[in-house]
Each structure stands twice: as structure tokens, then as C-alpha cells.
Design a protein around this ligand. Structure first.
Ligand code: PDD
Length: 282
């Protein structure tokens, strides 16, 4: 039996119910996080909690019930109660503006938020990380506040489905001719010997993994710029990798049916991938 968390209670998954008028369901009016748990320890919690708080503030959702200490304890207990402390797990956390009769504008002040969390066993695909994966490119059709991790995920859903149908792992998105990020990852590429990624802005999610990788890049004195890469340059990149909480560092060795570099993970990517694994499993 799987136990989940809903509004202060730990309940069997089958018994966890939310009202049909929940604004997360009707409008996608909510924020979420996905955190990684390794042997019962929440990885990079403070950064996830800060991003969640920032997202709630951005949507003007009161964070009652979603305080950092409360949610961290929820993650730890879900992993314990579901017997997942031996290996790896992920916890999905969602906070919506709550349930109220449908109006586009906010419901009355005091409407309780809906706070939900659930844990799942996670098995990283180490083989794919070593060998590399395929990617495709897609127009970035998302809204202009991609820095907020909202549950409105139609852009990523359609992009990931297209990737899946093409036998690829990730879709790299482009807006105004520039590569922003992956459908559910941040993207890095080596162009003319310099590692580059899209700068933090409203057009990408400030990835927790991305931030840790930027630290690694600095520690290793790798030539690096936070500067957009054009779609044209992406197609001649020497190396590409994508990163995220459930992706770690994933080399992309084929893009739109053509080899990236030599068609194997490149030297810069492998160096960062190994350094990141050390941080993760420290
Ligand atoms: N992806 N960009 C987008 C659009 C994302 O959805 C994600 C997260 C990332 C990476 O962020 P982080 O490193 O904080 O996970 C970037 C899902 C949650 C994932 O990778 O599991």
C-alpha cells in the first residue's frame, strides 16, 4: 500500500481525494517540485524549497502548509513509510491555490491551498548516461514565465511526446532562434570549444542541477559562458548534455538524426557528469 501526503494527513493513495473544483485541476493554478532522495536523505533541499517559495510568491499563492521545514519532514516521512530508505526515490510536491467555484480571478482570501506529496522508487538509467541519448529540436511554445515551476506543462508534455515518438530522450526547445532548455531539463553545449548555456531569465527554469553544474564548471576552470546558443550553432555543437533532478548529467550524442561530435559523450560532458555524480552520492 502506498502512502501519500494530502493537506496535513498521511493517507493510502487510493483514499487521497481532491475536490473537482481544485484550481490545480481546472486551471493548472499551482506550483510543483520534484526532489531526489538518496538513502533517506533529501538532495539539495534548501534550493528546492527556495524555488518553491519563489514560485508560490510569483503566483501570489499563500504558502500556508507549504513551509520548508514541514515539507522536508513530509519528504523524509513518505520515503520512510513507503520503505524507500535503502535506495533512491523521488518525491513529487504540488501546491495549488485550492478548491473554489470556477472564476479566473483568485478565490476568496482564506481559501485553503491544496498541498500534495507522493514518493516513488527511482532507478537512474546509468547505462543511458554512459552511452548517451538521442535528442530532437522543437519550437518552445511555452508561456513567458518558464522560471516558475507551474503545473501548466502542456508545452513540455507535447515536446516530450514528440521526442518519445522519435525514439529520443529529450526535446531541446528553441525560441526566437535560440536554444532555451530541454522539455524537462536544462541544456548545455560546447560550441567552438566553449561550454554554453542559456542565462537565467524568464525563459528557463532555474534548475537546481544547473546551478550545481555551474559550481562544478567553476571548480574545474572549464571555459564557460551563460549565453544563448542559436539553433544553427546547436546543430554544429561538439558536445551537448541535458541535466535535471531525475536526469543528472545526460549526454546527447545524436540530434535530429545526426551525430553530435563523434557520436559519443564528449570529454567536457564526461568530466562534469563524473563530478556531479560525486556530489550526488557524497
Ligand atoms: N524537470 N527545466 C525544466 C523545464 C524542468 O522541468 C526541469 C525539471 C529542469 C531541471 O531542473 P532541476 O535540476 O531543478 O530538476 C529544467 C524534472 C522535474 C526532472 O528533471 O525531474
Amino acid at each position: 500500500m502506498t502512502t501519500v501526503y494530502l493537506n496535513g494527513q498521511y493517507v493510502p493513495k487510493e483514499q487521497a481525494m481532491i475536490p473537482v473544483e481544485d484550481r490545480g485541476f481546472v486551471f493548472g493554478d499551482g506550483i510543483y517540485e520534484v526532489v531526489r532522495i538518496i538513502k533517506g536523505r533529501v538532495f539539495a533541499w534548501d534550493a528546492h524549497a527556495a524555488r518553491l517559495a519563489n514560485g508560490l510568491a510569483g503566483l501570489r499563492i499563500s504558502d500556508a502548509g507549504a513551509e520548508s521545514a514541514t515539507l522536508k519532514a513530509v519528504c523524509e516521512r513518505l520515503v520512510r513509510d513507503n520503505g524507500m530508505t535503502d535506495g533512491e526515490a523521488t518525491v513529487y510536491i504540488q501546491v495549488s491555490r485550492g478548491a473554489a467555484p470556477r472564476t479566473h480571478h483568485f478565490p476568496p482570501a482564506g481559501t485553503p491551498t491544496t498541498v500534495y506529496a507522493s514518493a516513488s522508487v527511482f532507478k537512474p538509467n546509468f547505462a543511458m548516461r554512459d552511452i548517451g541519448a538521442k535528442g530532437i529540436t522543437m519550437p518552445d511554445i511555452r508561456w513567458a514565465r518558464c522560471d516558475l515551476k507551474t503545473v501548466n506543462l502542456l508545452g513540455p508534455v507535447l515536446a516530450r511526446q514528440a521526442a518519445q515518438e522519435a525514439g529520443a530522450y529529450e526535446a531541446l526547445l528553441h525560441r526566437d532562434g535560440m536554444v532555451t532548455e530541454g522539455a524537462a531539463t536544462n541544456a548545455f553545449m560546447v560550441v567552438d570549444g566553449v561550454l554554453r548555456t542559456y542565462p537565467l531569465s524568464h525563459y528557463i527554469l532555474p534548475g537546481i542541477t544547473r546551478a550545481l553544474i555551474v559550481e562544478i564548471i567553476r571548480e574545474h576552470s572549464i571555459r564557460f559562458e551563460e549565453r544563448p546558443v542559436s539553433l544553427t550553432d546547436l546543430h554544429r555543437a561538439e558536445e551537448i548534455f541535458v541535466c535535471g533532478t531525475t536526469t543528472d548529467v545526460q549526454p546527447i550524442v545524436e540530434l535530429d538524426g545526426k551525430k553530435v561530435g563523434a557520436g559519443v559523450p564528449g570529454a567536457v560532458t564526461v568530466r562534469i557528469k563524473e563530478a556531479f555524480a560525486k556530489k550526488l552520492y557524497a
